[in-house]
Design a protein around this ligand. Sequence first.
Ligand code: ZN
Length: 211
Amino acid sequence: MIVKGGTFGPVATNTYVVADGQGGSALVVDPAAGSRDWVLQTLARLEVTPIAVWDTHGHWDHVVENHLWADDGLPIWCGRGDEDWVRAPAPFNPALFGNPPPTPGVEPSRVLGADDVLECGALSFELIPTPGHSPGCWVAYSAEHGEALVGDLIFAQGVGRTDFPGSDPAAMIASLERVLALPGETVIYPGHGPWAGTLAEAEPYARMFMR
Ligand SMILES: [Zn+2]
């Protein structure tokens, strides 16, 4: 499993290219504002074929370049709960996101749930429902590789905000408990801030927000 990350846009959102190996298949995860050229270069460097965009959740900053990939014919996949925001991004005050220009929504090709597996070539990820930051936040966990795409659930030193429309602070705590039950050595790739630390390293900071 190969994960390459970059940080883009007005609220420093992480975009990832996740591949099953050099020359294999890849997912474009959370295409942030201004990420496209970097993604194209990364796909080329890894000699991988993108099979889909995976949106960890539907907030504007994570889905804003969906339409550029959809225009290329790439399917857009998201988790159940935020699909309406993927269809029509920026449903709430764009000032929260640095007053970005309006962006077209995209009809998701697949809306995945807990019974689904997120697959990419030889990779398969269990989908863990983690509502709280938004209703449709999902953690994609590869038990085989001990790595997880955690979106805005948990960061290296904090957790996602729960003061947005559709946020649910109580659900957030339950979601954090669910994910903190995974092995502590699980390597996490959050939607903001540093990546490739472990869940065990992030846990003490997350716990400060769970009291
Ligand atoms: Zn978010």
